[in-house]
Design a protein around this ligand. Structure first.
Ligand code: SAM
Ligand code: SF4
Length: 467
């Protein structure tokens, strides 16, 4: 039997990249590759890159420096190691990557992962292989499906890409250029993927897409289905207990999505709805295509459908032209909405985007200061939201053993990590947990039904969180 070749894959950036990395692993498994955690042992190293901010792109080049040394070391041992750069940096920079980092053998854009086996063969034959065009065929049809053992090893919560690319063209964003035009996968293909996941123990799905609520895939009736209708269909798949979706755009919140939150208990009451800024002037300059008022209206529609709903968001500080007043409007919006969590970033000019041509007006020091102030506000809201769980009983989907012996960790509806002392038998179950305390961002509690706590674990409240 041929010894399997070893694959090491490192992903940067968004959930989409995590999902893509798994599909690359599945596709290369067909070619006899097995995953290794150590890049130094690998025959093929893939860096699955992110181009969203400058810092994310630059990380790739420092990692490529380390990989070059590993490749030279492998060559001294008489082994051949190949290095591939995938993801959005590959798409944006193409051949330039090989000029900057000649140790790279393969450059592959996000729409061509199904061609990896051929690109590898080409690199073995010709030395280098580059593919960054957008192919006409749908890569999802050609990417290998995960084997049951791989699904089980990845756990009870899985991502499924339902939509890719974006047609919104926010002026700061590279996604429409690196991921291409918005494409939605047909409903039946998604349902097939989901059934396979559910048959192998997956209980929670996160439907992902750069602009997931712009989903408009072809339904079995030949008509275009919105995300809400897809959620209704997936809620019927036996075994699927929780549904999430990310990332949404405020403009694409429609009645079907609101009704999915109102009517389907499986749809989790936690919505990531990025707003970027609380100033209409800046939203217009960003080409976000909605106003602050419209954002509030969207939030209100969700809240009317489900009173226990909570929100997270993304913010950019220091966009060109952002005045003190604009930034104050962002703080005011955060105060009014009250988030359970949020991400905030300093504006990073990206080559090729319209905003990169705009005059930057916010100094580095002001950007730092604004980011700190915004993050302090968001942190205080997040802590208050988490503290409010203490003393309540909440449903937790248990995912895995925690680092602390005897502890099992899961997630609440709001993605808060929750730890209990219990038997590993509860992994994959959704059980009520009485929350006793909060340690940083993690909740600590006890199973509300003690028969599940089997085993000889010490009292939960005496154990600290370690996962
Ligand atoms: N589609 C989502 C939306 O409409 O908000 C966002 C997807 S983007 C991959 C994730 C986040 O990165 C954005 O919400 C934004 O806050 C941030 N981001 C994107 N481009 C950026 C840039 N040039 N500088 C700083 N942050 C950026
Ligand atoms: Fe980028 Fe999101 Fe705007 Fe699309 S909607 S351009 S992914 S920020």
């Amino acid at each position: 039997m041929k010894t399997p070749r070893k694959l090491h894959i490192k992903s940067y950036g968004c959930q989409m990249n995590v999902y893509d990395a798994q599909r690359m692993v599945d596709t290369l498994a067909r070619e006899g590759f097995v995953e290794t955690a150590r890049a130094e042992d690998a025959d093929l190293v893939i860096l699955n890159t992110c181009h969203i901010r400058e810092k994310a792109s630059e990380k790739v080049y420092s990692e490529l420096g380390r990989m070059r040394l590993a490749k030279e070391e492998a060559a001294r041992d008489g082994r051949e190691m190949r290095i591939a750069v995938a993801g959005c940096v590959a798409q944006a920079e193409g051949e330039e990557i090989i000029h900057r980092a000649p140790a790279v053998d393969i450059v592959v854009g996000p729409q061509s992962y199904h061609h990896l086996p051929q690109l590898l063969a080409r690199a073995e034959r010709d030395g280098k292989a580059i593919e960054t065009e957008f192919p006409t065929e749908d890569k999802f049809t050609f990417l290998a499906e995960p084997k049951p053992a791989a699904i089980r090893a990845r756990g009870v919560s899985a991502f499924v890409t339902v939509q890719e690319g974006c047609d919104k063209f926010c002026t700061f964003c590279v996604v429409p250029y690196t991921r291409g035009a918005e494409v939605s996968r047909p409903v039946e293909k998604i349902v097939d993927d989901v059934k396979r996941l559910a048959d192998n123990g997956v209980r929670e799905l996160t439907l992902i897409g750069q602009n997931v609520n712009a989903y408009h895939g072809e339904g079995p009736d030949g008509r275009s289905w919105a995300l809400g209708k897809l959620l209704h269909r997936l809620a019927d798949v036996p075994g699927i207990a929780r549904l999430r979706y990310s990332t949404s755009h405020p403009r694409d919140v429609d009645d079907s999505l609101i009704s999915a939150h109102r009517d389907l208990p499986a749809v989790m009451p936690f919505v990531h709805l990025p707003v970027q800024s609380g100033s209409d002037r800046i939203l217009a300059a960003m080409n976000r295509k909605h106003t602050v008022r419209e954002y509030h209206d969207a939030i209100e529609r969700f809240r009317k459908a489900r009173q226990d709903i909570a929100f997270s968001s993304d913010f950019i500080v220091g966009f060109p032209g952002e005045s003190k007043q604009d930034f104050a409007a962002t703080l005011a919006l955060v105060t009014q909405i009250g988030y359970a969590a949020a991400y905030s970033f300093k504006y990073s000019p990206r080559p090729g985007t319209p905003a990169a041509e705009m005059q930057e007006t916010v100094s580095a020091a002001d950007m730092d200061e604004r980011l700190v102030r915004l993050q302090e506000l968001i942190d205080s809201q997040q802590s208050a939201f988490n503290r409010a769980a203490i003393g309540t009983t909440v449903d937790v989907l248990f995912e895995r053993a925690a680092r602390n012996p005897g502890q099992i960790v899961g997630r609440t509806a709001y993605l808060q990590p929750a730890h209990v002392m219990a038997s590993p038998d509860i992994i994959g179950e959704i059980l009520p947990v009485k929350i006793k305390s909060l340690e940083r961002y993690s909740l600590l509690g006890e199973l509300a039904s003690p028969e599940f706590s089997r085993g000889t674990a010490p009292a939960a409240s005496s154990v600290s969180i370690g996962a």
